[in-house]
Write a protein that binds this ligand. Structure first.
Ligand code: NAD
Ligand code: MG
Length: 399
C-alpha cells in the first residue's frame, strides 16, 4: 500500500495551483492537502481548503485576513486561517507536508519556495522566476538540507525525464551535448515586426496552445518566458550557456529534448497540458493518471521546428546575455521584466517597450555579485526602482 503524501501548494488559486488540485483530486488515496496559499482571492482559497480538507490556509495580502476567516467559517471549514508574508513561510515549512508545489508567479514566490527547500521538502518547482534569480541559493539548499527539486515547467520536466535516472549533475559525464528547449513561439510567431508594437494585452494573453496565467502568457509572447527557462535550465541541470539551445516548435507536442554525444536525441512528447508534468512531479518516480487527453500522433498534421528570431524577439537574446554576465544580471532582467509586463497589462507600455525596458534597466543597474537572499531581494528592489523611473519616461498614451 502507498503511504499518502502530504502536499502544500503555494499559489493554489492560480493556473498551475488549480491544475495541481485537479490531479490530487483524482488520487485521494495517494495524496492529501496540508496547506494552501493565495495572494488575494480569499473566496476561492476558502473553497479549495473546504473541498480538500486542508489544515492551513494562508493569504499573503494581510488586508484579506478577515475575508478569508469569514469565508472559511461560512463554509464550516476548520482550516487555520493565516495572513501576511510570514504566514506563507510558515505554511511552506509545515512538518505534515512532504512535498511543496511552488506555483506563485514572479519573484514574490522566492522566499516561501526557498524556505520549503531549506526545510528539506520535495520542491515541485513551477515558479521559474525564483530559480532564475536565486539558482545558487536553491543549489545550496539541495546540497546542505537534502531538498529535492523536481521541475514542473513542462520543458524542464521533459529534460528531467530525458536525462539518465542516475544523472548526478554532470552533463559531460552523462554524455550530454545539448539541452534543447522547445518554444511554441507564442501568439505572435509570424507577426511582422512593425505590427508587434501595437498588439494588445488581450492578444498577447491569447496563447495558441497553453491556458496559463497572464504574466507567463505575456512572457510567452515576448519569448522572455523561454529566456527565463534558459536560465532556469542552467541552474536545474548545471548547464553551461553553450549547452542550452532553443528551438521553435509551434505545436507544443515535443516538450524538450536532450541531445547525446552518440547522436541520440531523447525527447518527451505529450499533449500541452500542465497536468502531465504536475502528475510526474507529484508521483515521481512513479507514474499516475493525470486525466489528460492522450497523444495520437497520426491525428496531427505536422510537427515543425525552426530557429528563434531574436530580432523580433530581443528578450531571448537579453536572457542569454544576462546568463553570460552572471552576478546580479538575472535578478535585474527578471525584475525589469516583471515591471514591464505589469505596465503592458495596464496599458502603460507598448509590447516592444517590454524588451526595451529590460535592456535599459540592465544597462543602468550596476553589475554586482550575489551571495545571499538579502542580496537578491536588494537587487530586485533596485531594479524595480530603475524600471519604474524608466516607465515614466517611456510610457505611451496610445495603446
Ligand atoms: P497565475 O497568475 O495563474 O497564479 C499565480 C498564483 O500566485 C496565484 O495563486 C496567486 O494568488 C499567487 N500570487 C500572485 N502574486 C502573489 C504574491 N505577490 N504573493 C503571493 N502569492 C501571489 O500564474 P500561473 O500561470 O499559475 O503561474 C505560476 C508560476 O508557474 C509562474 O512562475 C509561471 O511562470 C509558472 N508556470 C506556469 C505554467 C502554466 O501553464 N500556467 C507553466 C509553466 C510554468
Ligand atoms: Mg515552460
Amino acid at each position: 500500500m502507498t503511504v499518502s503524501t502530504g502536499v502544500t501548494i503555494l499559489g493554489s488559486t492560480g493556473s498551475v495551483g488549480r491544475a495541481t488540485l485537479d490531479v490530487i483530486g483524482q488520487h485521494p488515496d495517494r495524496f492529501h492537502v496540508v496547506g494552501l496559499t493565495a495572494h488575494s482571492n480569499a473566496a476561492l482559497l476558502a473553497e479549495q481548503c473546504h473541498s480538500f480538507n486542508a489544515s492551513h490556509a494562508a493569504i499573503s495580502d494581510p488586508a484579506k485576513a478577515g475575508e478569508l476567516e469569514s469565508a472559511l467559517r461560512k463554509l464550516g471549514c476548520a482550516s487555520r486561517a493565516m495572513a501576511g508574508p510570514d504566514a506563507l513561510l510558515e505554511v511552506a515549512a509545515l512538518g505534515e507536508a512532504d512535498a511543496v508545489m511552488a506555483a506563485i508567479v514572479g519573484a514574490a514566490g522566492l522566499a516561501p519556495s526557498l524556505h520549503a527547500a531549506h526545510h528539506g521538502k520535495r520542491l515541485m518547482l513551477a515558479n521559474k522566476e525564483s530559480m532564475v534569480i536565486a539558482g545558487a541559493l536553491f543549489a545550496a539548499a539541495v546540497r546542505e538540507k537534502g531538498a529535492v527539486v523536481i521541475p514542473v515547467d513542462s520543458e524542464h520536466n521533459a529534460l528531467f525525464q530525458a536525462l539518465p535516472d542516475q544523472f548526478g549533475g554532470d552533463l559531460d559525464a552523462a554524455g550530454v551535448e545539448q539541452l534543447i528547449l522547445t518554444a511554441s513561439g507564442g501568439p505572435f510567431l509570424d507577426t511582422p515586426a512593425d505590427t508587434l508594437q501595437g498588439v494588445t494585452p488581450e492578444q498577447a494573453c491569447n496563447h495558441p496552445n497553453w491556458d496559463m496565467g497572464r504574466k507567463i502568457s505575456v512572457d510567452s509572447a515576448t519569448l522572455m518566458n523561454k529566456g527565463l527557462e534558459v536560465i532556469e535550465a542552467r541552474w536545474l541541470f548545471h548547464a553551461r550557456p553553450d549547452q542550452i539551445s532553443v528551438l521553435i516548435h509551434p505545436q507544443s507536442i515535443v516538450h524538450s529534448m536532450v541531445a547525446y554525444r552518440d547522436g541520440s536525441v531523447i525527447a518527451q512528447l505529450g499533449m500541452p497540458d500542465m497536468r502531465t508534468p504536475i502528475a510526474y512531479a507529484l508521483a515521481w518516480p512513479d507514474r499516475i493518471d493525470a486525466g489528460v487527453q492522450r497523444l495520437h500522433l497520426h491525428q496531427l498534421d505536422k510537427l515543425e521546428f525552426r530557429q528563434p528570431d531574436t530580432q523580433r524577439f530581443p528578450s531571448l537574446r537579453l536572457a542569454f546575455e544576462a546568463l553570460e554576465a552572471g552576478g546580479n544580471s538575472a535578478v535585474i532582467l527578471n525584475a525589469a521584466n516583471e515591471c514591464a509586463v505589469e505596465a503592458f497589462l495596464d496599458h502603460r507600455l507598448a509590447f516592444m517597450d517590454i524588451p526595451a525596458l529590460v535592456e535599459k534597466t540592465l544597462e543602468t543597474a550596476a553589475w554586482a555579485e550575489v551571495s545571499s537572499l538579502d542580496d537578491v531581494l536588494e537587487f530586485d528592489r533596485m531594479a524595480r526602482a530603475i524600471a519604474a523611473r524608466e516607465i515614466k519616461t517611456m510610457g505611451i498614451s496610445d495603446v
